[in-house]
Design a protein around this ligand. Structure first.
Ligand code: TYM
Length: 336
């Protein structure tokens, strides 16, 4: 079978956007693909400076995925840091990657643009080499597992294109009997085609602090949902649901019939944003509250999570070794 692979960076509590962009699609693909999913903990080091925090978020991401249905018997599930082959291949692929390609990477460019906005003269100020090399490490995550498809949110499309580009370069330079598989991205469609908005209406993102964590305690979930931005259209007046972040969330998590009904009521007038948010909260809470106990048990230190990840690491390394060996042989790191 073809291989589906994706990763989540433990830079915060996993949130509704991660669910729509990666967790739900990745779980759907386990039916028809060989699935390989992981926690990109070394990627998180580009921004997290508190070790205890990184360890905690790593557990949250792992516990979230399993609670929401990942079956470790059917999926290779591991921490990136447990697969040293990734870091060895990372050097090799960085040697065939043009620096200019990295110069054009969105995250790197955005960090430089922030320096321009803030009047900082050195445009690379505050940017570490990890951030600069980030796309190469991500390409390795994907290529070392012979991945065919990568289910991710739209914000990762450049990274997937870079991966295909890097694989193409390697194959062009060294391709003979051994080649790297060129992957394609799988992006959410339909109402989920756009990035999911956060509580301030911008894309839901850990770096904007506008996320709604999947396993936030009920009280906090209610508060977060109540706090979603909305305009001041009076309750009686007709509203445009397509301008509302709360409605975009509702569309993604409620049943189609309920969404249709809510749309009609908002457009007719008489239904306020407050009512929409209450209904959104109920919808999310009805889904998540039966799962909280399982999540809490998994995330607690000493849970079965450790054994699951240790087993996943073994299986991931088994998959990675022959690809790394093929690359080493192709480039001449061999005695034969
Ligand atoms: P990360 O940790 O930022 O996000 C994890 C996944 O969630 C998706 N996502 C969203 N989808 C829809 N709406 C949103 N508001 C939203 N926010 C996040 C992301 O698109 C992503 O699919 N570089 C990756 C991690 C990574 C990776 C990989 C992914 C490292 N190596 C190899 C795939 C394959 C990242 O930072 O994702």
């Amino acid at each position: 079978p073809k291989v589906s692979l994706t990763g989540i960076k433990p830079t915060g509590e996993p949130h509704l956007g991660n669910y729509i962009g990666a967790i739900r699609p990745s779980l759907e693909l386990t039916e028809t693909y060989e699935s390989i999913y992981f926690i990109a903990d070394y990627h998180a080091l580009t921004s997290i400076r508190d070790g205890a925090e990184l360890a905690r978020y790593t557990r949250s991401v792992a516990a979230t995925w399993i609670t929401l249905g990942l079956d470790p018997a059917k999926t290779i599930f591991y921490r990136q840091s447990d697969v040293p082959e990734i870091f060895e291949l990372s050097w090799v692929l960085s040697c065939v990657t043009a620096k200019g390609l990295m110069n054009r990477a969105h995250a790197y460019k955005a960090a430089r643009d922030r320096n321009v906005e803030n009047g900082v003269k050195d445009l690379d100020a505050g940017i570490n080499m990890g951030l600069f090399n980030y796309p190469v490490l991500m390409a390795v995550d994907i290529l070392i597992m012979n991945t065919d498809v990568v289910p991710v949110g739209l914000d990762q499309s450049q990274h997937v294109e870079y991966t295909a580009d890097i694989a193409g370069t390697f194959n062009h330079l060294y391709g003979g009997d051994f080649t790297l598989t060129v992957p394609t991205g799988i992006y959410p469609a339909g109402v989920s085609a756009k990035s999911l908005p956060g509580t301030d209406g911008r894309k839901m993102s850990k770096s904007y602090r506008n996320t709604i964590a999947l396993f936030a305690p009920e009280k906090q979930l209610r508060k977060l949902v109540r706090g979603i931005v909305s305009d001041s259209t009076p309750v009686d007046e007709p509203k445009d649901p397509d301008t509302s972040a709360a409605f975009a969330l509702y569309e993604n998590f409620a049943a189609a019939e309920a969404v249709k009904d809510m749309r009609a009521r908002l457009e007719a007038g008489g239904t306020g944003w407050g009512e929409l948010k209450n209904t959104l909260f109920e919808t999310l809470n009805d889904w998540l509250s039966p799962l909280r106990e399982r999540y809490d048990a998994l995330v607690a230190p000493g849970s079965e999570l450790d054994a699951i990840l240790a087993d996943g690491a073994e299986r991931a390394r088994e998959r990675a070794r022959p690809v790394l060996a093929g690359v080493r042989h192709a480039v001449g790191i061999t005695t034969g």
